[in-house]
Design a protein around this ligand. Structure first.
Ligand code: M6R
Length: 611
C-alpha cells in the first residue's frame, strides 16, 4: 500500500525512481508521481499521473526528460481523496519549495489544515499529505531538519515520509513512524524505499529505520537521528535476496512463478530446521519452564496468514492439548484479550508490516504476552518488535495473492506444533519420527502435484464461467476451504464463500440449486465419510461438485463428484499445506481464463499498512 523511493547520487535520478517504483507496483496503487531537483532552474520539478506507472513513465520518456541527480517517487493507494493527478504524491507546499511523499495516514490532518488555512495557506488537494508539505513550509526558516522536527511534534498517525526542499539540493530528509522505510547505502549514492526490492539494483547494504527516527541522506552518507534529534549510529545489514528473485524470469505472472517456487521455498524453510532426527529451532529460545507453564496460545494475523492460524489451532490443540484462540489482527485489540505472562502469542505475517497485526502485537506485548512471530520479510517491523522470530525464508513474494509465503508459514507453524508437543512429552518418539519424515517428503510430493497442473487447468476451463462458488469442508478441510475461497475470489472476482460443511444445513444450503459449483474438500481421512455425506447432500440439490481429496480416496470420490482433484497421501499435519496447491492453481487458471489482472487485483494491496 503506497510505495516510496528516494535517490540522491550521481546518476539521473528519474529513471532510478521509476525503476524502483515499478518494483513496488505489487504493493497496490492507483496513481504515481516523482519530484526531482532541477539544478538549472533551482526548483523542484513535479510530475504525477493517475493510473498505472506506465502512464507516468511514458509522459517522462522513462525519466530521460528530467535532468537531475536527486528526487523522490511514490505510488499512491488512495485513502484521503479519490485517485487523481492532484491527489497523487508528491504533494507540494504552496510556494513549490517543499515536496513530500508519504505512506500512512495523518490522523489530525483536518485540524492542522484548518489552522493553516486560517493563516492564509492555500490548499489544492484533498490529501492528508499536503498538510505535511504545507506545515514544513510554514515552519521553514532556512533549516529543513529543524522545520521537519517541529512538524513531527504536531502530526499524529502513521507515516513514512520522503522530503525534498528546493533550497537544499544536497539532501533528502526521511522520517518513519509506524510505516516501513528502509535506507540504502550505495556507492556514491543513498536511497530510501518502502521495501528492499525497490533498491536491490543499487545496493544490498540497508538500514532499517525505527519509529520516530529521522535520516538525512546525502550523496556520500546517511546521518540518522532519534526522536530527540540526537545523532545515532545505524546498523547496516547486507540483504541476501537476489534481484532476479523479484523478477518474473520468463513466467507470465508472479503468482504462477511463486506457486511453482513452493517446493524450493519449503526446502529452504525446513531443511536447516530438521537435522539428526530432531527439530532444530536455533532462532528460538522458549524455555522448558515457559512451555510447561504456558496456559494459552493466541494466533494473531490477517487474511491468508490468519487461515494459516486456523490450521495451526487444530494442530496445536490436538498435539499439545493447550487451548489456542485464533484472532484477526483487526479484532484482537477490541476483544479485551486474556493475555498474561503465561500466554504465547504467535503473530503471523508475510510482509511483517500489516498495520492491524502490528497493533495486535503491541497490545499483546503490553499485556505481558510472549511474542513469537512467523515472518517472511527480514528486518520488518513485526519481526523487530517480537521476542522471537521464525523466518519463513520464502524469498520475495510479489503477487498480491499469497502462495509460497502461505505454504511456508503453514509448514513452519506445523513444525512448531510438533516441536512443542515433543518438548512437552505429548508425542511418542515414534510418532515424532513419522511426522518428521513427512516434512522431509513434503517438497517432493508438492512437485508431483505441480507436475499434474494440466488436469487442474482443464477443470478450471469447465468452471471458470460460474459466478458464485462454495467451498465446504470439515476441520482441517474447513480451514483449507477458507484459503481456497479467498484465493479464488481475490484474483478472479467470483463470489465465493467457505463453509464448515456441517453448517451448510443451517442456512446456506438454500442457495444451492441446479448447477451451483461446490468445491468439496475431503483430504482429512478421519472425516472422509462425513465429507462424502455432504457431497451427496448438495448433489441431491443439483450442485455440480468438484472435489479435492487424497489419492487413496480418489476412486471412491469419482463415483459421486463431477470432478476430482487429488493430492498424494501425506501425514495429517501436512494435508492443508499440500492441499492448498491445487486450489491455488485452480484460482490462477480461472482468473487467467476470465482475463483478470492476476498479480495486481483491483482494490487490493500487498502490504496493508492502514487500519
Ligand atoms: O503480510 P501479511 O501476511 O500480514 O498480510 C496479510 C493479508 O493481507 C494477506 O495474507 C492477504 O490476505 C493475501 N493477499 C491473500 O492472498
Amino acid at each position: 500500500m503506497c510505495g516510496i523511493v528516494g535517490y540522491i547520487g550521481r546518476e539521473q535520478a528519474a529513471p532510478v525512481l521509476l525503476e524502483g517504483l515499478s518494483r513496488l507496483e505489487y504493493r497496490g496503487y492507483d496513481s504515481a508521481g516523482v519530484a526531482v531537483f532541477d539544478a538549472e532552474a533551482g526548483t523542484l520539478a513535479v510530475h504525477k499521473a493517475k493510473g498505472r506507472l506506465q502512464v507516468l513513465s511514458e509522459q517522462l520518456h522513462g525519466g530521460a526528460d528530467l535532468n537531475s541527480t536527486m528526487g523522490v517517487g511514490h505510488t499512491r493507494w488512495a485513502t484521503h481523496g479519490a485517485p487523481s493527478d492532484i491527489n497523487s504524491h508528491p504533494q507540494v507546499s504552496h510556494s513549490g519549495r517543499i515536496a513530500v511523499v508519504h505512506n500512512g495516514i495523518i490522523e489530525n490532518y483536518a485540524e492542522l489544515k484548518a489552522f493553516l488555512m486560517a493563516q492564509g495557506v492555500p490548499f489544492t488537494s484533498e490529501t492528508d499529505t499536503e498538510v505535511v508539505a504545507q506545515l514544513i513550509e510554514y515552519f521553514y526558516e532556512g533549516d529543513l531538519l529543524a522545520a521537519v522536527g517541529r512538524v513531527l511534534r504536531r502530526i499524529q498517525g502513521a507515516y513514512a515520509l520522503g522530503i525534498l526542499c528546493a533550497d537544499c539540493p544536497d539532501r533528502i530528509v526521511a522520517v518513519r513512524k509506524d510505516s516501513p522505510l528502509i535506507l540504502g547505502y550505495g556507492e556514491g549514492c543513498s536511497l530510501i524505499a518502502s521495501d528492499v526490492t525497490a533498491i536491490l539494483g543499487h545496493t544490498r547494504r540497508v538500514g532499517y529505520m525505527e519509529d520516530g527516527e529521522l535520516a538525512v541522506l546525502t550523496r556520500e552518507s546517511i546521518q540518522c537521528y532519534n526522536h530527540l534529534m540526537q545523532p545515532i549510529e545505524k546498523k547496516i545489514v547486507t540483504v541476501d535476496w537476489e534481484l532476479d528473485a523479484a523478477e518474473k524470469g520468463g513466467y507470465e505472472h508472479f503468482m504462477f512463478k511463486e506457486i511453482m517456487e513452493q517446493p524450493d521455498a519449503l526446502r529452504r524453510c525446513l531443511s536447516p530446521r530438521i537435522r539428526e532426527g530432531d527439530i532444530m529451532f536455533e532462532d528460538l529460545s522458549l524455555s522448558q519452564e515457559f512451555l510447561q507453564n504456558m496456559r494459552r496460545i493466541y494466533i494473531v494475523a490477517c487474511g491468508s496468514s490468519c487461515h494459516v492460524g486456523m490450521v495451526g489451532k487444530y494442530h496445536l490443540e490436538r498435539l499439545t492439548r493447550i487451548p489456542v484462540e485464533v484472532a484477526l489482527g483487526s479484532e484482537f485489540r477490541y476483544m479485551d484479550p486474556i493475555v498474561d505472562r503465561h500466554t504465547l502469542v504467535i503473530v503471523i505475517s508475510q510482509s511483517g508490516e500489516t498495520l492491524d497485526t502490528m497493533a495486535a502485537l503491541r497490545e499483546a506485548r503490553r499485556l505481558g504476552g510472549r511474542i513469537l512471530s512467523i515472518v517472511n520479510v527480514v528486518g520488518s517491523s513485526i519481526a523487530r518488535e517480537s521476542n522471537q522470530v521464525l523466518y519463513t525464508w520464502a524469498g520475495p513474494e510479489i503477487a498480491v495473492a499469497t502462495t509460497k509465503a502461505y505454504t511456508t508459514q503453514l509448514a513452519l507453524l506445523s513444525l512448531l506444533a510438533l516441536w512443542m508437543a515433543r518438548r512437552l512429552g505429548a508425542v511418542s518418539g515414534e510418532e515424532f519420527q513419522a511426522a518428521l519424515a513427512a516434512f522431509q517428503e513434503l517438497p517432493g510430493k508438492m512437485e508431483e502435484v505441480l507436475s499434474r497442473r494440466d488436469s487442474i487447468q482443464y477443470l478450471a476451463s469447465r468452471y471458470f464461467n460460474h459466478d458464485s462458488i462454495f467451498f465446504i469442508g470439515r476441520n482441517l478441510d474447513y480451514a483449507l476451504g477458507l484459503e481456497g475461497s479467498l484465493k479464488l475470489k481475490e484474483i478472479s472476482y467470483i463470489h465465493s464463500e467457505a463453509y464448515a460443511a456441517g453448517e451448510l444445513k443451517h442456512g446456506t444450503i438454500s442457495l444451492i440449486e441446479d448447477g451451483t459449483l461446490v468445491v468439496a474438500l475431503s483430504t482429512y481421512g478421519k472425516l472422509f465419510s462425513k465429507a462424502m455425506s455432504n457431497v451427496i447432500e448438495v448433489k441431491a440439490r443439483g450442485a455440480d461438485v468438484l472435489s479435492l481429496t487424497v489419492e487413496s480416496r480418489g476412486e471412491e470420490m469419482r463415483h459421486t463428484a463431477d470432478g476430482v482433484m487429488s493430492i498424494p497421501d501425506i501425514h495429517e499435519l501436512l494435508l492443508p499445506c499440500l492441499g492448498v496447491v491445487p486450489l491455488q492453481l485452480f484460482a490462477y487458471y480461472v482468473a487467467l481464463m476470465r482475463g483478470c489482472d492476476i498479480d495486481k487485483p483491483r482494490n487490493l494491496a500487498k502490504s496493508v499498512t492502514v487500519e
